[in-house]
Ligand binder design. Structure first.
Ligand code: PAF
Length: 275
């Protein structure tokens, strides 16, 4: 497994392998089974698998969240070696990665101003900037993203479309713990008490799915928000059109419920398909 720390070496590695199909998984490290499942999917589709590990400062509004983001590099590299990943890109610094950046602000329209976009101002611009940098350098045939960050997935799909980038985006199902909690690097920072409460998030989403067939969506959002408040501090619980994250749709619309809630200092997000 090749470890690369600077942009130029990535470009050289990619040009040496230009006849092979590359599958790419961007990560911020602290790898869990959700990441590993993306890598397994990539191995099925591509000849070479590339993983990046970089805690991207431009997507964090909250400095504390950035500073406290978990880091388990040695353990991550052992897991990637076991999965026979071909190359890991670990940018040595933000200055190195961003030094030749060429990014014009993109209008993500309805997708960027709601939910995560509303509560984490600037977050998606930071994600789009770093993902574009990675795609420009690595030029993967496929890039893999988890549905746990469903809004991020739509942002990336829009980025690809607007900039006519030739990478196919592969969406992968959320991987959950046995008790239903969506895998997330942040789970490791939950206290024992909050970890025992966290599976209730998925229970509320499950309840929402059950009731969505019969209940008015506004009432259902309020009911779910109240349920979340019993064990956590919710920021939002919203039911939205899975295509454009609007609140409008017709009889064939695919709906999804989205949640962000805090347990202590740890902010968790999750979502579920309703129909
Ligand atoms: O989903 C993440 O871990 C990050 O937002 C990503 C895509 C690696 C960009 O920093």
């Amino acid at each position: 497994m090749k470890l690369i720390y600077n942009n130029l070496e990535v470009v050289n590695w990619v040009s040496k392998n230009k006849d092979l199909a590359i599958g790419f998984i961007p990560t911020m490290g602290a790898l869990h089974k959700g990441h590993l499942s993306l890598i397994s999917e990539a191995k099925k589709k591509a000849d070479l698998v590339v993983v990046s590990i970089f805690v991207n400062p431009t997507q964090f509004g909250d400095k504390n969240d950035f500073v406290n983001y978990p880091s388990t590099l040695d353990q991550d590299l052992r897991a990637l070696e076991n999965l026979e990943v071909d190359m890991v890109f670990i940018p040595s610094s933000a200055e190195e990665l961003y030094k030749n950046e060429n990014y014009d602000t993109i209008a993500f329209e309805s997708i960027e101003n709601v939910m995560e976009g509303f509560h984490r101002i600037g977050h998606f611009e930071g994600v789009a900037r770093v993902v574009k940098l990675f795609l420009d350098l690595i030029k993967p045939n496929y890039a893999f993203f988890g549905e746990k960050d469903f809004q991020q997935l739509l942002i990336i799909k829009t980025l690809i479309k607007k900039l006519e980038i030739k990478t196919e985006i592969i969406a992968c199902k959320t991987v959950r713990e046995n008790d239903g909690l969506a895998m997330s690097s942040r789970n490791a920072r939950l206290s024992k008490h909050h970890r025992s409460l966290a599976p209730n998030i998925y229970k509320v989403l499950g309840m929402c799915m059950q009731k969505a067939k019969t209940m008015d969506f506004n009432d259902l959002e309020n009911t779910c928000f109240k349920e979340l408040s019993k064990f956590s501090s919710p920021e939002y619980f919203e039911i939205r059109n899975a295509n454009d994250l609007s609140k409008s749709g017709g009889k064939n619309t695919k709906w999804r419920a989205f949640v962000a809630t805090k347990l202590g200092d740890i902010r968790l997000i999750d979502n579920i398909e309703l129909n």
